[in-house]
Design a protein around this ligand. Structure first.
Ligand SMILES: C[S@@+](CC[C@H](N)C(=O)[O-])C[C@H]1O[C@@H](n2cnc3c(N)ncnc32)[C@H](O)[C@@H]1O
Length: 204
């Protein structure tokens, strides 16, 4: 058996998926405005996972300027598919709406302005896929509603689970029979931060 590649970060740094001009512009804006985004690798991962579960109803918590939302909307399984994305900052939500307009995606994405735990408690499902990217301490708070809103077999992805504030969420989902989950820690080029954890889970 051969050994591992030398300098894995430099090696895997070669394999960053190509993306559209709009996404490249949003990455530039994110760097300038210091908006923490998932970046091209995790964006493509979201696309692949949402495609794999043939998601037609996608829930996102934490829109910012809509970078990750564009990947999710691109993965919708049918022309009737929709992404509902929740953002607490009205100015961010406005900027995301403008970006969706530019991308020709306005008809496929609903931006809900509000605090995710409050918004979710009034929402009805079912969703096929949920992506969490809000304040990490809120992940544990929204987990029961995410389960209620996801269909059985629906997928949940949580970003930044290597942050200390995600500890309650990590323990809650790992110890629950209501979910099958894995936590992955790795090198994620273009992600904020480049070394971080992701939780992938299926609603039992
Ligand atoms: C890390 S950024 C999201 C980045 C985005 N998912 C991307 O990759 O392009 C987190 C966003 O979540 C919003 N946010 C944080 N806590 C929230 C909450 N409890 N409810 C709604 N939005 C929240 C912040 O205002 C911020 O815009």
């Amino acid at each position: 058996m051969s050994g591992l590649v030398n300098s894995p970060e430099a090696y895997f740094g070669q394999f960053i998926p190509p993306r559209s001009r709009l996404l490249a512009e949003l990455e530039k804006e994110a760097r300038q405005e210091k908006i923490p985004i998932v970046g091209p690798l995790v964006g493509e991962l979201l696309y692949i996972l949402a495609r794999a579960v043939q998601a037609d109803r996608i829930l996102e918590l934490g829109t910012a300027a809509g970078y990750s939302t564009v990947f999710l909307a691109g993965a919708l399984a049918s022309s009737r598919g929709r992404v509902v994305t929740v953002e607490q900052d009205p100015a961010m939500a406005q900027s995301a709406r403008a970006n969706f307009q530019k991308a020709g995606l306005s008809g496929r994405i609903e931006v809900v302005v509000g605090n995710a735990p409050a918004v979710l408690s009034t929402m009805a499902g079912p969703f096929d896929f949920a992506f969490l990217d809000i304040e990490k301490a809120d992940y544990a708070v929204v987990l029961p509603d995410c389960r209620r809103l996801l269909r059985p077999g629906g997928m949940l992805v949580a970003d930044n689970v290597a942050f200390q504030d995600a500890d309650a969420f990590n323990r809650m989902i790992f110890n629950s029979a209501k979910w099958r989950s894995v936590n992955l820690f790795g090198y994620l080029p273009g992600h904020s931060p480049v070394q971080d954890g992701l939780c992938l889970a299926v609603r039992v």
